[in-house]
Design a protein around this ligand. Structure first.
Ligand code: FES
Ligand SMILES: [Fe+2]
Length: 428
């Protein structure tokens, strides 16, 4: 398969596509728990992998995502009435339960059995880690919910946000595993952002802008090691985790809350960026939560009542040329999360990879593409079960660690790359 054919496979995730079928074998982070906060609350819209859906919670607290369009004459069920037993279309009153079955059709004669033949596509949902997850694949292949460390921590130890990004999910994900941009795009943020500052490792990040990358396959994805010079015969390693199909974990900065993302396709030209801060060993502080809510760190300030960012491509992300010149911001854009969004979106809705020139620092991206295509094609051609559906592949950790020169990083960091309560986070 030629490289550009691979890319075309990777970026298309609609129903029936190779990648779409593959991604639908995983649980998808769909909504924040707070979007459907209680039984019988208002329905919400969500679009995932090209499918327009509505989420609702019935009177028994059962949650589902159903197709947005009413099978009667196509009105949007976003305007439906949540009547407890089900969601009733506001146009002619047809009502559907969480399984998608039409349970009432008041516009038809009472003795009519027409409703028995009408149903919506419906996807099951479960809550874990402050997130409503949905499963959009074949019923018989439904895996257990993912065991990502942040999703299993008590609520006090994590904070999850999401934002809409106007780009294909793949270039967003690639930004998440491209550790070399930290020394540039986020250069002046390391000492300003409350969630990064004063970490010992920052000195190495600033001093050595030529990290060497080594990438190794892990059972559930990739370990992306970025090596920088440190003192006394040691290297400073920042080890990012890529967990198939769309999770990344950022190497920690000191004792700050750790960060992670999920990069989930909305359609081929938009994605949902999930940003998570968490600490395996302690509750987040008030300051940290304040910062997250105001959009600092990997999060972003949102327009009220939406998941659209305040700084966005229509206002050039509020670029501040003075700040750029005065080295208060490398790009002139403020906020690590916003900087990532801006640069990833600036590539265009779907990056034209025929024009790119990948260097040695892009090895993580090359390997990630390969790993993803391999897994998707294995399912498509040979019906091989996708990787990273098991708990051990998901319960992993990123790390920042000093290792003696000459020691392979995956071996040196072996123990600390597993998420275990009794193992401390490796960071400096
Ligand atoms: S369009 Fe929904 S009931 Fe008529
Ligand atoms: Fe970034």
């Amino acid at each position: 398969m030629a490289d550009l054919d691979r890319i075309e496979t990777l970026v298309r995730t609609g129903p029936g596509t190779i990648m779409g079928n593959y991604l639908r074998r995983y649980w998808v982070p769909a909504l924040l728990e707070s979007e459907l906060p209680r039984a019988r609350c208002a329905p919400v819209r969500v679009k995932l992998m090209g499918e327009e859906l509505v989420g609702f919670r019935d009177e028994n607290n059962r949650i589902a995502l159903v197709q947005e369009w009413c099978p009667h004459r196509g009105a949007s069920l976003f305007f439906g009435r949540n009547e407890g037993e089900g969601l009733r279309c506001s146009f002619h009153g047809w009502m559907y339960d969480v399984t998608g079955q039409c349970i009432d059709m008041p516009s038809e004669p009472e003795q009519s059995r027409f409703k028995e033949r009408i149903s919506l596509t419906s996807y099951p949902c479960e809550i874990r880690g402050g997130v409503i997850w949905t499963y959009m694949g074949p019923k018989e292949s439904q895996p257990p919910l993912p065991d990502l460390e942040w999703s299993l921590l008590p609520e006090s130890h994590r904070f999850v946000t999401k934002r809409l990004q106007e780009s294909n999910y793949l270039q967003a994900l690639e930004g998440g595993i491209d550790s070399s941009h930290v020394s540039f795009l986020h250069r002046y943020d390391l000492e300003q952002e409350p969630l990064f500052m004063a970490a010992k490792g920052n000195q190495y990040l600033r001093a050595d802008t030529h990290p060497r990358f080594e990438v190794v396959e892990s059972p559930g994805g990739l370990l992306i090691g970025a090596r920088r010079e440190a003192e006394e015969g040691k290297y400073y390693w920042r080890i990012t985790q890529f967990i198939l199909p769309w999770f990344t974990l950022i190497p920690p900065f000191g004792d700050h809350a750790m960060g992670g993302h999920a990069w989930v396709p909305v359609d081929d030209e938009n994605c949902l960026v999930w940003s998570i801060n968490f600490h395996p060993h302690r509750a987040l502080t008030e300051n940290e939560i304040e910062g997250i809510k105001s959009g600092s760190g990997i999060h972003a300030a949102l327009q009220a009542g939406t998941f659209r960012t305040v700084a966005n491509k229509r206002n050039d992300y509020l670029v501040d040329r003075e700040a750029q010149e005065e080295k208060r911001s490398y790009s002139g854009i403020f906020g690590v999360g916003m900087q990532d969004s801006a640069l990833q979106e600036s590539i265009g809705p779907i990056q034209d990879r025929s024009r790119e020139h990948l260097g040695t620092s892009d090895v993580g991206i090359v390997m990630a593409r390969r790993r993803m295509v391999k897994a998707a094609l294995a399912l498509h051609e040979k019906n091989i079960e996708p990787p990273a559906l098991d708990s051990a592949s998901q319960k992993v950790r990123a790390a920042s660690i000093l290792l003696p020169k000459g020691q392979p990083f995956a071996e040196g960091a072996n123990e600390v790359l597993i998420a275990r309560e009794d193992v401390m986070v490796a960071t400096l």
